[in-house]
Design a protein around this ligand. Sequence first.
Ligand code: ASP
Length: 370
Amino acid sequence: MRNAIRAKCLAATFVLAATALPTSVSLAAGEATATSTTASAALPRVAVLATGGTIAGQADTRAANAYNAGAVGAQQLVQAVPGIEKLAHLSTEQVASIGSQDMNDKVWFALARRIQEIFDRNEADAVVITHGTDTLEETAFFLDNVLHTDKPVVLVGSMRPSTATSADGPSNLYEAVEVAASPAARGRGVMVVLNDTIQSARATTKTNTTSVQTFASPNSGPIGYVDPASVRFLAPAFQPDSHKYALPSGEQLPRVEIVYSHANMDGVQIDNAIANKAKGIVLAGVGDGNTSKAALEALQRAAKQGIVVVRATRVGSGFVNRNVEVNDDTSGFVVSLDLNPQKARVLTQLLIANGITSPAQVQKAFAATW
Ligand code: ASP
């Protein structure tokens, strides 16, 4: 794993052969501009940061549909997309080469720091991150909460590896760059683009294990649509500024466990989380964030010890509301509202890292968008 992450992100410049496309040569910031045309000089600069995933996947002989995620490099990915050089001056960097099931704090911190640096130094006008789809929503939400910028940041993945028949990676990457390069994308926070659809980091989630139409925003719908000819947002930009948190120094977020509720639930998972020194526990509850009496009692024990307890739901859509079947006020619990368990976990980690731990403060932060 450690080898997969470049401590210092290696910058590679994507420059198409001038002879192949003489009027649309793309140059990264700092490159010689001699071969750049007036038209291409007007293009926005988009930095593509690659982390791996199926979009960079390559077939394996294991089985007909087998592949290895993250096998294809950033530059190769971009070069496989016809016409992308007409959208932006592209630069590429390989930040990691992993399946996103292995995504971790170290890569998150490297990404967040590098993107902030790109914008602070004015190295690019927008950033596109290629990423596996499994945990893409968590990375998008994490970045949305820690990046201080109104410049577009777009995460993109694919459901089929680059070597598949009808691979969806190239068209998704094309459209991600198209969105990132669009002036209308400014001030919208971190976005996710797959299959002609633009979703917000907070609202979107992976909903299908294999279909190319997998990202949806069950509570609010997409924020826009994209096709090769147009980018359409459904509403004006709205980015509340209150939900920005500092990255802790070091490379690790506090331990927060997700506990999945089910019929015949006891308190063992919760007691284990307490024993493992979790600083927070997110309940992936049944229904409106409910769980059994035994699990509730265990959660109350956790809250009494100062562990942040957040009730979310395993349902997949809808809000978890306070004080419905559970007395959150007397139990010292927080509800996740619209955030699914995996995003509630990320926010809880960032809050604890920023010293925000009282149930009232944590609840206020969860409600910041509303
Ligand atoms: N396991 C892959 C990943 O998340 C799946 C994908 O990218 O679609 O990296």
